[in-house]
Design a protein around this ligand. Sequence first.
Ligand code: BES
Ligand code: ZN
Ligand code: ZN
Length: 496
Amino acid sequence: MKISLSTKQIPQVACDLAIIFVGENWQKEVSFLGKEITSLLLEVARNENFIGKENQSLSLNLYNFPTKKLLFYAIDEDIKNIHNLQETLAKTIKTAEKNSRKKIALLPYFKWSQKLPSEVLAHAISKTFFLSTYRFNKYQSKTPLPKPKIEELIVLTTPAKLSAFETGINLGKIYAEGTNFARNLVNEPASITTPSHLAKTALSLAENKLVKVTVLEKEEMAKLGMNCVLGVAQGSDHPPKFIRLAYKPPSVRTKIVLIGKGITFDTGGLSLKPSASMETMKIDMAAAAAILGVFSKLAQLKPKIEVIGLITACENMPSGKALHPGDILQALNGKTIEVLNTDAEGRLTLADVLSYAVLKEKPAYIIDLATLTGACMKALGRDIAGLFTNNPSFAQKVKQAADNQGELLWELPLAKQYQEEIKSSIADLRNIGKTSYAGAITAALFLEEFVGGIPWVHLDIAGPAYKEKETALNPAGATGFGVCLLLHLLNLLENK
Ligand code: BES
Ligand code: ZN
Ligand code: ZN
């Protein structure tokens, strides 16, 4: 599958199908096609009741032109944000896919070009193309829809915009590849994506000189004092791994640490989850996969910022060796934690990694991503990540990056009055709140205990990491949420 650019116009561009977006004034907007084609179009539109209503589409076969067929796709003219634009593009690409055409041209809607810089527009088109055509069907002996895939997408532009489009198209493709890399890892069953598999995957990214990867084994983790990770891992037959990825280009001033929760399967441990809640728990390493997705693209993108990726990969299982509710663990920064619920394991592992980031890496910024709480899904639904921060100006950058990439998030408060909820009577902290209220907030307050005042953002991605039902942009399964926003964030923080 490839994407290319052309400055040829419809119907002169050689392709099987050309997508033309239209708004309410569609009759006027298509006049560039010339009298012959428009009069034919008006007739077909009348027969098919095409009135340019949002999501309506109309196709028209052409004869004796290099463009073989036209697909008119009616849209809401007012693109509200990049998320909205990506959804529209994805729906159209799906419609084109159903047409079983191989070589497709796409003419961006003229109002998009007025509203968005060319590079941003081209980035969104290219990224959406590679995200919406992603499939994970390696385990299906017969693919449900064996239709030929689109082989080439030709994006139409003008000579003046060609170079900006080229930059955007290339970047969009790289961002989508990073996202699809993460999706592949998350979609694999937990029997494949064990802690050692994640470690091997990370090591395979170190081929390039700019990216260095180290993996620490259980014994070395114990020496560091990662007792919480070891506690969570102790019920599993798979030993935990501590993965550190480092990207350092020459002459950089800023350093950021990216942390991803890497529970390769979350049964809940002895506080066992009910079967239905466990069904999808292979996704509990989606944040770790997002960090790996980011690192898979750094050598290509070469942002001017030092980036450290930290993942503690382990499995949360019940067994004779597992943590008991009531056990007390001491995190790497010395704080003690009463483990009242072994299913609140993500925050335990993050306690050690955040402490490690603060004490050993001393970065300017820390951002952690985690499929942390069902409570965050209750609050914000399946599509929106929760954002928590101790630093509004850093959070502003994260929000800007997310907006620019069409990834949805919403800030929730680190409400100090709920700190009482996580105070233990026999240790420094308890790993669950005393009540079941504000579970996403009490989890974030718990994490804050380990960030030592460094500018920090926590994203609870339990909702958007996974789609139960397919959408135009995403087949059912992993979304790769976070890869694009992180890559964009690195760009915004360059040499700041
Ligand atoms: N991995 C889960 C959170 C989760 C739930 C992710 C649904 C994706 C979808 C996490 O480890 C967990 O089990 N959290 C508990 C915390 C509770 C015990 C305080 C939860 O949310 O129920
Ligand atoms: Zn859990
Ligand atoms: Zn979990």
